[in-house]
Ligand binder design. Structure first.
Ligand code: BG6
Length: 512
């Protein structure tokens, strides 16, 4: 069984359709979308007469585009050990993707571009499902609104004669609550919600999808998944990369906007949601929404008390010298943009009242590690009162999202010998021990699900806005200049102040 490259639970055939990629020459298309399409070809999950139309700015022959994409694909597979490496191109399947590629050149704000696109789309045989079109916005976020408006004006969003029109919109969806609302308004003026697929690529990860399977597919865990048995939860997304070549984007964005209302909140809601009545898209998204709506608002004093922001200073990450964030290209010399954020959230509902959720994410840290760690409450201890085992070993259940994907459970066991002494032991499951995994980009499932019309792994308009609503007070307080911005050395586990956030509650982060 292949895990990383499996595509949803649906076994039905994928309908005939055309994929239109805006931003065909961009980084996302080269690094992720084309490899994902190639993987789908290998899995025989592309429609028989699939068409791909790329839209890009440069005037060039389609052959040149095909060559460029092939070169990127070759570089990509030769990145030995690269997470998404496909271990050598299988020409037969790659040809299925590149040979299908057509090209429209033109500016995405120019009406003529949409006229050309419209002409090309008319060439598909509507009777055989060729009228179905999936638009993919792999362009910079400021173009999401304009492209949608142009599609609307050109009549390209209209569903006629039983054919569907859908749109995939990349992240970032807005940069605060107001802009996210405005973008939702623009999008929903042209498309119905059912036609819109807002991406959060974390939902393409098998380990993230598995959170629901783990919780609701097993009888063992759900009864203890609540405030009676759980002490607290830690969600960590630690990266070793710095801002690399993304200084312009990142300095205007920061760790909070870049990671929290989207990726971290996906992990958070998957973990905390109530069981949905089915795996239908809206049933799942309703339950996630309830979690977000139940988060105790952070405002004023609470922001200063419950959040920590920091920036990396120079240091060494895995033996490599790293300059300070402010010394990175395209970053302001006096930048106050955070590259690390930690926060404490409380969910005010029956299941979670009183259980803190600590979230942290940062760049240029000591180790790449994305995990959800659940600490269970201690036993009453009376039995071990007078022994060396008085300090009980905490029970940790850790969902290891990446790398070393798996799940582990820590508990205390008696150390053999005449004395009563407990030590921490671990039971573990690693994906690679059980499943034959082939590397994937994580976009395979998402593209496939959009083609078959399953929106379970995509964000609904209200989910996006609820995420922004939680972080908006933090953005407001920080942008108003309140609250310190701390520093941490590149290659460390983050700022001391993030440790203090947990220490105030008598707790500590798990080591990175
Ligand atoms: C992106 C962020 O959305 O997610 C990046 O913009 C971040 O800053 C990336 O590095 C992390 O994704 P992954 O899949 O590499 O963990």
């Amino acid at each position: 069984m292949e895990t990383n490259v499996t595509v949803s639970q649906h076994l039905c055939g994928v309908p005939q359709c055309t994929l239109v990629i805006f931003g065909i020459s961009g980084d996302l298309t080269h690094r992720l979308l084309m490899p994902a399409l190639y993987n789908l070809a290998r899995l025989k999950r592309l429609p028989k007469d699939f068409r791909i139309i790329g839209v890009g700015r440069s005037a060039m022959a389609v052959e040149r585009l095909r060559d460029d994409l092939t070169r990127s694909m070759q570089d990509f597979v030769s990145e030995q050990g690269g997470e998404a490496s496909v271990g050598g191109i299988d020409q037969e399947f790659w040809d299925q993707v590149v040979r299908r590629l057509e090209y429209v050149s033109g500016h995405i704000e120019d009406v003529a571009t949409y006229e050309k696109l419209s002409q090309l789309l008319k060439g598909s045989k509507a009777a055989s499902g060729g009228g179905n079109v999936l638009f993919y916005l792999a362009v910079a976020a400021q173009f999401f609104g304009p492209v949608v408006k142009h599609l609307g004006k050109a009549g390209l969003a209209r569903e006629e004669a039983g054919a569907w029109r859908r749109i995939i919109i990349e992240k970032p969806f807005g940069r605060d609550l107001q802009s996210a609302r405005a973008l939702n308004r623009d999008v929903l003026a042209v498309f119905r919600e059912e036609q819109v697929f807002r991406i959060d690529h974390f939902l393409g990860k098998e380990t993230v999808q598995n959170i629901m399977a783990f919780r609701f597919g097993n009888g063992l865990f759900e009864p203890i998944w609540n405030r009676d048995r759980i002490d607290h939860v830690q969600i960590t997304v630690a990266e070793i990369v710095g801002v690399e070549r993304r200084g312009v984007f990142y300095d205007a964005t920061g760790a909070l906007r870049d990671m929290v209302p989207n990726h971290l909140f996906q992990l958070f809601t998957m973990l905390a949601m109530e069981p949905p009545i089915s795996f239908e898209a809206d049933a799942v998204r309703d339950k996630k929404q309830e979690v977000l709506m139940a988060v105790r608002p952070l405002s004023g004093e609470a922001v200063l008390r419950e959040t920590v922001r920091a920036q990396y200073a120079e240091g060494t990450v895995r033996g490599r010298a790293v300059r300070s964030y402010r010394g990175e290209p395209n970053v302001a010399a006096a930048s106050r943009t955070e590259t690390y954020v930690a926060l404490r959230l409380m969910i005010e509902n029956w299941r979670w009242a009183g259980v803190p959720f600590y979230l942290r994410t940062g760049k240029a840290l000591t180790r790449r590690n994305t995990e959800i760690a659940i600490q269970f409450k201690q036993p009453p201890l009376a039995l071990f009162r007078d022994t060396a085992a008085a300090d009980c070993i905490p029970n940790w259940l850790v969902l290891q999202i990446q790398p070393n994907e798996g799940i582990s459970l820590q508990f205390g066991a008696k150390v053999p010998g005449p004395d009563v002494r407990l030590d921490a032991v671990k039971m573990g499951f690693l994906y690679k021990d059980y499943f034959r995994t082939s590397p994937s980009t994580g976009y395979e499932t998402l593209i496939y699900d959009a083609m078959i019309g399953d929106a379970t792994l995509f964000q609904r308009a209200d989910n996006i806005e609820a995420g922004w609503r939680i972080v908006q007070p933090v953005l407001d307080i920080w942008s108003g200049g309140q609250g310190s911005i701390w520093t941490y050395s590149a290659g460390s586990a983050g700022p001391k102040e993030a440790d203090d956030l947990l220490a105030k509650d008598g707790r500590a982060w798990r080591p990175l």
